[in-house]
Design a protein around this ligand. Structure first.
Ligand code: ADP
Ligand code: GLC
Length: 473
């Protein structure tokens, strides 16, 4: 089978969050299963772009509204990622430092999608599946079916994977002329609540819709930023497939970012050394349990609750634990977390920014990972933590619910709570501090979590079954 993944991010080429990890890993595993998986992303100006060599694969042009754009498809020369990686350059629109957050994102991502479909229409053969990820690629299934220039692609199966339904790519009808001429009676497919909604459009037009965990699929039928009714309507073709993790990149035995590599057998010693170094770097006390948070500092992650949960825990329990935070996002939360650095020095520290290497060191050196997310479609951090012997403390939602069982339950190994509230977080921290004092239980749990298999094998095969279910229709 030949699969073309279309995405805004792909690790290690360009990463903002978990979408990049998934799009950088799933194709690798699909290749290992004997399929051909390719990835196409916008050409962002990243380190990976400059450090690698590229061949020009195709050049073309298209109209978007009244403007004509030229595009170039380049391909990484050496198959460095174990699958073919293609980038789309569009003069004036792509080739920027950041992946998102420009005023002209609507134009940038619409143009990216037109270029991908146009390029596809020039292939001498058809792929067996076009797999689009999130709203930035949501117009593609529509364009392949309904735009006059591309209707010869109509029979190619399309799959939408939703990594995050909060963002939908809303576009005013004033911009509808950006989309190449389509059957006007099909205009309703583009719309939800009087605006063009690329995510809703993909949910309607794709042959299959997946979300990145089964629980998140269920939750979307109740709460989906306005699309609940649509998810209920399209339930029959939708399913949840849990993400996996790249067990080669995230392997404490070989990870070159961490100070001391360790396996299940010598985890107690290995983690201790990593913790010592981390605590030294951040002026923390390595004898106390170390709680970490890594992630975007946004409302969905409930990062706004962290400052109070941390200060409350310290005032209620005394200086019985350390905290280390790594993240960026909401300025107010960033400032609040930085503000605590001084007053709580010695048992609290935070680093605002994005730092891949430090994140690995934190998963390796910590005792507990905090993930109080209000919304978590899947979440990868908790799975990385498990692999590095760090106990996840999660809110019971989405993928967190599907991957973490509370240690108070049968076969449990983590800490789970129900509400994204300061009280639930501090209570869970309290439970963790008590657990930490039970060395035997900690050792038992560490072994148990490091043995959990969250690799991509099973889920990669589920996607192949899904593509096949469309071919056979
Ligand atoms: P999301 O995609 O919603 O941000 P995920 O849990 O799926 O959440 O994935 C987050 C990914 O981004 C993980 O690989 C995590 O380690 C990484 N990450 C998030 N914030 C940072 C940061 N500030 N520095 C380094 N890595 C980060
Ligand atoms: C999104 C979600 C996150 C998920 C990731 C990869 O960013 O917020 O929960 O793990 O995509 O699918």
């Amino acid at each position: 089978m030949e699969i073309l993944h279309v995405s805004a991010e792909c690790y290690p080429y360009a990463k903002v969050g978990g979408l990049a990890d998934v799009v950088g890993t799933l194709p690798k595993y699909q290749q290992q299963l004997g399929h051909i998986a390719k990835v196409v992303v916008p050409m962002h100006r990243t380190k990976f772009l400059y450090e690698n060599e590229w061949n020009v694969e195709h050049k073309g042009g298209f109209m978007m509204g009244d403007a004509h754009f030229e595009y170039t498809i380049i391909k990484e020369k050496t198959n460095k990622l174990d699958f073919d990686l293609y980038c789309v350059d569009i003069y004036g629109l792509l080739d920027r430092e950041n992946v998102y957050s420009y005023d002209d994102d609507t134009e940038r991502f619409t143009a990216f999608q037109i270029a991908v479909v146009d390029w596809l229409s020039h292939w001498e053969h058809r792929p067996d599946a076009v797999h689009v990820h999130d709203h930035h690629t949501g117009l593609i299934p529509f364009m392949m079916r309904n735009c006059y220039d591309y209707r010869h692609l109509a029979a190619v199966p399309t799959i939408l994977t939703i990594h995050n339904a909060q963002y939908q790519g809303w576009m005013s009808w004033d911009n509808s002329n950006y989309i190449p001429a389509w059957d006007s009676w099909q205009g309703g497919l583009l719309e939800w609540n009087n605006t063009i909604n690329p995510l809703a459009c993909a949910v309607k037009c794709a042959d299959r819709v997946t979300t990145v965990s089964p629980s998140y699929m269920e939750e979307l039928t109740q709460k989906a930023n306005g699309l609940e009714g649509l998810f209920r309507m399209e339930r029959a073709k939708s399913s949840g497939i849990l993400n996996g993790i790249d067990t080669v990149v995230w392997n404490p035995e070989t990870d070159t970012y961490i100070l001391d590599n360790f396996s299940i057998k010598d985890a107690a010693h290995g983690k201790k050394l990593n913790k010592k170094k981390l605590c030294k770097d951040f002026k923390l006390d390595d004898k106390l349990p170390l709680f970490i948070y890594i992630g975007r500092l946004v409302g969905e992650k409930a990062a706004d609750l962290l400052p109070q949960a941390i200060t409350d825990s310290i005032s209620q329990l005394g200086k019985r634990m350390n905290f280390l935070i790594l993240g960026s996002g909401d300025k107010r939360v960033e400032d609040h977390l930085t503000y605590l650095n001084e007053g709580y020095a010695g048992f609290y520290n935070s680093k605002i920014g994005y730092n891949e290497k430090l994140s690995h060191q934190m998963y390796a050196g910590a005792d507990f990972l905090l993930m109080p997310s209000r919304v978590e479609p899947c979440g990868l951090n908790q799975m990385y933590a498990l692999r590095y012997g760090t106990i996840p403390i999660v809110r019971s939602t989405g993928g967190l619910k599907d991957t973490v069982i509370d240690f108070g339950e049968q076969d449990g190994f983590g800490i789970r709570f129900n509400h994204a509230s300061v009280w639930d977080i501090t209570y869970s921290i309290h439970r963790a501090v008590e657990l930490y004092d039970d060395k035997e239980k900690m050792t038992e749990l560490r072994t148990q979590i490091m043995e959990i298999d969250n690799s991509w094998e099973k889920s990669a095969a589920k996607y192949i079954d899904l593509y096949n279910s469309i071919q056979l229709k």
